[in-house]
Design a protein. Structure first.
Length: 433
């Protein structure tokens, strides 16, 4: 597939790097670009002369698609299509992102989120078409085709159905997260923009094997975390186990953020971000080789997204230090200090400072607590002793004739469960006495 990139900005020089990356991520070969600096034209987005230039280039380069980095209204899309050669499709960045998401969606949850986003994108256009057609009593208004009021109701019903199913999936995943916490796992999520290096960092931090590789309840888990240099490699989530000091930690790599996403698109994928919102610690990964103003803008947007529902501490990870000098790193660290206080600078690719990051993770996660339990000597006691050994740091075990005394250190959830199981043992022993 061959495409032309088009972008208009109100002033300054249009930057087409990201939209080119998006187009290539979707499988397009970019054959050229048309840019313009001026106020938006209501009918064509570009000015009339630029739109003609775009049409000439599309014919000359024999492209299948014109991709706008701007948001296009339905009438602009129609008018541009009238100028372009037959068979050339016009799409905007949001349609392109949905196309990429659709290609990457391998799980039921991801597929539902893509479908939800597509419907949320279509709904206002159908509503506008219906409203205008009713107002003007002209079903073919502006050449947009027949309107069908039932389509609007159908979309709303489908949105409601998908939301219900996503809620059921999220409830299942939340129960799984709570079981893992009860088993002694701390949950750490990696967040950040696409191509910041989250997947590469996950491979550095994690153990060799994926978590629950064959678990049927969690189709999002993958055997490996890919680290390809392309957008949206991790549309779903990838969870892997890591050892952080005495802790057993589950690390989850999530879908990367991307700039200038509309609210409806973020909302459609918010259930994917639940693994971030419900983590014990968030690692916010940024590409320190990018210009400092771009990093600052991404940090602000990331904080807006994360602090909306997240209560866990956030550690900023300045990744790709192998691509900057020490002087540049220190300059950027100072310039970003208000948004990223006390960050950890690493190279996920080279493994530089990964040990320092592991130490920081250990410090930031919830403190472990000490506990001393006196257990009656029953047939079931050794099962609990074994479980505590698996999920805590045992400091001492004393076996008496009638009881077992354990001193150990563990996360609060494990201590709570150990106390409950010890109480059940004591109750059972008293009843059988």
């Amino acid at each position: 597939m061959r495409a032309i990139i088009a972008k208009r900005v109100d002033s300054g020089t249009p930057d087409t790097e990201e939209i080119r990356d998006l187009a290539e991520a979707a499988g397009y070969e970019v054959a050229g670009e048309v840019t313009q600096s001026r106020k938006a034209d209501p009918a064509l987005q570009l000015g009339e002369g630029k739109a003609d230039e775009l049409a000439d280039m599309a014919a000359r380069e024999d492209v299948t698609t014109v991709i706008f980095d701007n948001r296009l209204g339905p009438y602009q899309t129609y008018n541009l299509g009238q100028k372009l050669p037959d068979g050339v499709e016009v799409i905007d960045r949001f349609t392109l992102i949905l196309e990429i998401f659709g290609q990457r969606a391998q799980t039921r949850k991801a597929q539902l989120q893509v479908e939800l986003a597509e419907l949320r994108y279509e709904l206002p256009r159908v509503e506008a078409k219906t409203s205008l057609a009713k107002r003007d009593e002209h079903p073919g208004f502006m050449g947009l085709g027949e309107y069908d009021e039932s389509r609007e109701q159908d979309i709303k019903a489908q949105i409601s159905r998908i939301r219900d199913e996503l809620e059921r999936i999220e409830q299942t995943e939340e129960h799984r997260r709570e079981r893992r916490r009860a088993s002694g796992f701390d949950l750490v999520a990696l967040a950040g923009y696409t191509n910041a290096g989250k997947s590469t960092l996950l491979r550095q931090l994690a153990a060799d094997l994926a978590v629950d590789e064959n678990e049927q309840l969690h189709p999002d888990l993958e055997a490996t975390a890919e680290s390809e240099d392309r957008l949206f490699t991790t549309l779903g989530t990838t969870t892997r186990r890591a050892e952080v000091g005495p802790r057993e930690v589950l690390l989850t790599d999530t879908v990367g953020f991307i700039s200038d996403l509309p609210h409806w698109l973020v909302e459609s994928f918010k259930s994917t971000l639940d693994s971030v919102y419900r983590a014990d610690l968030v690692l916010l990964v940024v590409d320190v080789s990018e210009p400092v103003e771009e990093i600052r803008e991404k940090l602000v947007t990331s904080h807006d997204t994360l602090y909306e529902r997240n209560e866990a501490p956030i550690v900023t990870v300045l990744n790709k230090i192998d691509q900057v000098s020490e002087a540049e790193l220190e300059e950027k660290r100072a310039a970003l200090s208000a948004l990223a206080p006390n960050p950890v600078a690493v190279s996920a690719k080279e493994g530089t400072n990964v040990d320092e990051l592991l130490e920081r993770i250990d410090r930031e996660l919830p403190d472990w607590e000490r506990e001393r339990l006196v257990l009656p000597m029953t047939d079931d006691t050794m099962s609990l002793v074994s479980w505590i050994h698996d999920n805590a740091r045992v400091e001492d075990v004393t076996y008496g004739d009638d009881d077992v005394i354990l001193s150990f250190e563990a996360r609060p959830a494990v201590i709570s469960q150990a106390r409950a199981r010890a109480s059940d043992l004591q109750t059972a022993a008293a009843e059988s006495a």
